[in-house]
Design a protein around this ligand. Sequence first.
Ligand code: NAD
Length: 304
Amino acid sequence: MQLIDGKAVSSSVLEDCRAQIEFLSNRGCSPGLAVVLVGDDPASRAYVRSKERTCHELGIHSVKMELSAETTQDELLGIIASLNQDEDVDGILVQSPPPAHIDERAIILAIDPSKDVDGFHPVNVAKLALEEPGGFVPCTPLGCQRLLGHYGIETRGRRVVVVGRSMIVGKPLAMLLMARGDLGDATVTVAHSRTDDLPGVCLDADILVAAVGIPEFIGKDHVKEGAVVIDVGINRVEDKGAKKGYRLVGDVNFDEVASRCRAITPVPGGVGPMTIAMLMSNTVKACAQRRGIDLADLTETGLS
Ligand code: NAD
């Protein structure tokens, strides 16, 4: 069984970003990311902090806007409009979930699609469906695909089952893996809360992706011998013995299934670190695209 090391792969993504940032800087531009947080949800705060930290480590200009939970929809739309105009900002992200009085769909629609580094705007969803390379793909699915690529796990012709149909993970990942080309060309089934005989569907998978949001939901009855398992889930479960009173577990019962897998992601340390790394990668891509710079030139010429 191969343990898929998301920390190591995310470091290599960040190394690529570093080289791209230097390439952009030699051409007089530097990427900027604005992260907007409304309210004081502790988990969201922690995510925003780590995004800001990673920006600083890479030398990405970071704008952090922490707004009170009472911020109105119109005020938030006004802030997005000004970030859309801000030449120093290439990527805009509004941390999810916003407070209940904010209409998240209206916020997503207000973000300039060329700065939508989360890939949630309908223009970018359509580009993914149309297999147009210039769009932005949501960071978590992009991270899952990158993990498969890094470990040389073939997707072409393979049966993939994605459990979960959210717009953040399940649907975009299904579109990515069924798209034509390398790291695509898979035969994808999307299972969800209304799927009949979920274990039977999952047992068909060469690659099984769990994005359900239920702790350790996927067990040995769901996993074929020799399957690759990608666990997207991040769930806090009470653990009185732990310093924080909780520990993180995935949507897969790791201890139950690991021995039958060809490869599996742990939680934490699997998909989680990839999400921020792909956010940085999308921000660098946004900067390059908005200035008409082709990052492929870097791969061709190298840095020196
Ligand atoms: P979501 O709640 O939006 O979607 C969950 C999906 O699971 C739904 O489509 C639903 O149909 C399906 N589902 C629910 N119960 C089911 C059941 N009994 N059988 C089959 N399917 C069922 O969640 P999400 O935003 O897609 O997140 C999924 C998980 O991934 C969560 O644990 C979340 O914390 C985690 N997540 C991790 C990252 C990361 O960076 N690693 C990013 C986003 C989400």
